[in-house]
Design a protein around this ligand. Sequence first.
Ligand SMILES: *Cc1c(COP(=O)(O)O)cnc(C)c1O
Length: 489
Amino acid sequence: MRRLPWRRHSAHTAAMASGTDNPYRLLPAVDEVLRDPGVAPLARDVGRAVLRTFAQRLVEGWREEIRAGELDSSGLQARLAEGGLGAAMGDLVQRDRARGIRRAVNVSGVVLNTGLGRAPVHPEVAARMEEVAGSFCVLEVDRVSGERNRRDDRISELLARLVGCEAGIAVNNNAGAALLTMHALATGQEAVVSRGELVEIGGSFRVPEVMAAAGVRLVEVGATNRTRISDYEAALTAETGLLMKVHPSNFRVVGFTSEVDPAAMAELGRRHEVATAWDLGSGLIELPSMKALGERVGGETEVAEAVDSGVDVVTFSGDKLLGAPQAGLCVGRREAIERLRRDPMYRALRCDKVALAGLEATLELLLAGRGDELPSRRMLLAQPEELAPSAGRVAEGLLALGFQAKVEDGQSQPGSGSAPGVFLAGPIVRVVDPSRSAATLAGALRALDPPVFARIHDDAVQLDPRTLLEGDEEALLEAFGRLAPQREG
Ligand SMILES: *Cc1c(COP(=O)(O)O)cnc(C)c1O
């Protein structure tokens, strides 16, 4: 039998200790753990090699506890009782699994939460995505002629109907859309951008750095708070390939400000035969039936308006205000979009069949006038009185479980830099567990399966019903049920 290092160590330590209550002697060998009838079947889930490392980790962990004086013979005996090894190993397997991408309950009130995957798609959209994921699909072939065609031809048509562009293409995300636009229209040349728009969005997207990655030389014009069209004009040289505007996203310049009118920028570009682009970011697609959303998210430029300005290419995210799967969309003039499509970077940034199917389905819902059914939009549109019943049920459920809970007036946020500074009024449930701090309670909620993500405010956990999806309310109360406060007596 192979002697494992921990065995030698155990024998050595056991020799030093004396008596029958030496806990080291009770430590099982890794092979014994693996042979346990409650453990062996776990190999089917994770594979034998991984299960062995878990067994080593388990025994090593117990050894540490003994060494630290936190585990004695009777404690260890209890853990080794009938089914104990299976349960302990099952727990390790389960905790490892829980580290992956899983459903989560978002009760934070931040609708487009990048950490939680931004916009959840409509159930019909999810069904279309699931259908093509597990099957062959018509992706790049014309089903009448049998000839090759382009995977996002349909997206282009749908976008044309929806926002009035001549053409559009889809890539992996809006960072990719901006990178592709800069590369296709101006690599090896100069791009002119206002100093007020050289922003960083969400940590890793910085306009100057993306420009550099696209091989474009950035020419900054104007001042942080004010830039005029004459600043753009004065910067034009024979080297200029692009005039660009960038939505400052989660950053605002207020007070004595002026930014360049996109229509004036487009006109200047046409006059000098220089391409123009506008990175719009969140991409609000508005139909007359959904005017209310525009008012709620506070003056975001609609994609159709941006296209109307005459700028060659407008870019925006699929999974922010649009409510589709993760994607970046480039829309605008046919000739410019064709240049993007011919760029080698497009091939590296294009979407897969699942994302494209989800995008098509979302755009179709919008065209059918069903955009307000999209979960993220429904959340953004919800009025306080629509959320009140859910808040009431949650508070009641929590009180029944022994928590202190009460409904208060609160605020939710669109998130992901969409409509910064906009707060949506609505009820929130304030929960206190007298036996632990708000941070401890919030941490315990995140550790459950499905994990629950709540906000902490004023030493209390806050639950915002705005971001709950179908079935989440039950999952939320079940989660709290598992953490119910220890009552005295
Ligand atoms: C969000 C945003 C991006 C990045 O988009 P992703 O879809 O997250 O890649 C780029 N530009 C602007 C203006 C944005 O708001």
